[in-house]
Design a protein around this ligand. Structure first.
Ligand SMILES: [Mn+2]
Length: 328
């Protein structure tokens, strides 16, 4: 069993590099910090890495400031644990050292995971990578601490959208229940993770909502945000994450799309869906993700990307809708 192989490797090795994906979310950082602290408790040497900037809203987590943005040496420490990362491309500047490591332990729950590890502990049934880490820590018999529980709770709460998405399984709630054996301040965590946002976010949202458009008989909604808009309001990349849901939350809308214009020849596209598997569409453009939340990056001008994406989204919805009408 994969979990057992990871347990054995951890027991054998003295030192580990741990790394999250680029633009890390609560699951990636929560998993990184929880596993990092647990390995230290086992007397292991650990180095924590995350490419690029970290979400400020997670800065309250213990160990946050020990996460480095550079300097992974896989020649000296040849075992890497990669967390919540479906594709080595998402490791950004750590892609090279990771792929040269002797052991790559790929711990993830994305259905689109590319199995790039020497061990692939990938469970698409898991609500979050944090849920897999919880099982791993149990198998390792590491005593949990309040900070490990807090980090794993953040991981699962984030990836389940505060226990609202379909991946909020009984198993996920059982893990959350086990974590709540420790005195976590969940209302304070919820406020920090989901409710409170900087003023810059609301300024950005104000401008983004002005770009809202409906397509395909009101089944598809799109909004556009640009790198310049972020700069104008002093908003961060993490602020656009909260904007995309506004598209899908409109009554009657099935597919929400957020175009993020990085520069004149590069557009990041985020998708949210109510029913149809949107990861298929992201996959057509070399992207990936989950059935109801996915994304891709296209190296073309905005007008071209927009045209292509809206056409594909409309046809995806139409074929899904027609298939449904035939079934009933
Ligand atoms: Mn995740």
């Amino acid at each position: 069993m994969k979990l057992q192989r990871v347990v054995e490797l951890i027991e054998q090795e003295p030192a580990f590099n741990l790394v999250s994906h680029v633009l890390p979310d609560g699951d990636s950082i929560g998993s990184l910090l929880a596993l990092g602290e647990a390995l230290q408790k086992l007397g292991k040497k650990v180095a924590l890495f995350s490419p690029g900037t970290l979400p400020k809203k997670l800065s309250f987590l213990k160990g946050y400031s020990s996460i480095a943005g550079a300097g992974m040496d896989t020649a000296a420490t040849p075992v890497v644990l990669v967390l919540d990362c479906s594709d080595p491309e998402r490791l950004d500047l750590f892609r090279e050292p990771v792929l040269q490591a002797r052991e790559i332990v790929n711990i993830d729950h994305h259905v689109t995971n590319r199995s790039y590890g020497t061990i692939n502990l990938v469970d698409p049934q898991a609500s979050a990578t944090g849920e897999i880490i919880f099982r791993l820590l149990q198998a390792l018999r590491v005593p949990l601490t309040a900070s490990i529980c807090e980090a794993l709770y953040v991981a699962i709460a984030t990836d389940t959208g505060s226990f609202k998405y379909d991946n909020t399984t009984a198993a996920a709630l059982r893990v959350a229940a086990a974590l709540l054996e420790y005195p976590l301040k969940i209302s304070e965590l919820a406020q920090r993770l989901f409710d409170e946002r900087p003023l810059a976010f609301y300024r950005l949202l104000q401008e983004a909502l002005a770009t809202l458009e409906l397509h395909g008989n009101g089944k598809i909604a799109s909004m556009t945000v640009s790198r310049e808009m972020l700069a104008r309001h002093g908003a961060a990349m993490e602020d656009i994450e909260g904007i995309i849901n506004y598209t899908r939350n409109i009554e009657g809308v099935e597919i929400g799309i957020l175009f993020f214009v990085e520069n004149p020849s590069e557009v990041k596209v985020g998708f949210r869906s109510r029913q149809v598997d949107i990861s298929v569409l992201a996959g057509k453009f070399n992207g990936g993700g989950h059935p109801k939340a996915a994304g891709c990056r296209i190296y073309s001008p905005y007008a071209v990307v927009r045209e292509q994406i809206l056409r594909e989204a409309e046809s995806l919805w139409e074929s899904y809708d027609n298939a449904g009408k035939e079934r009933s």
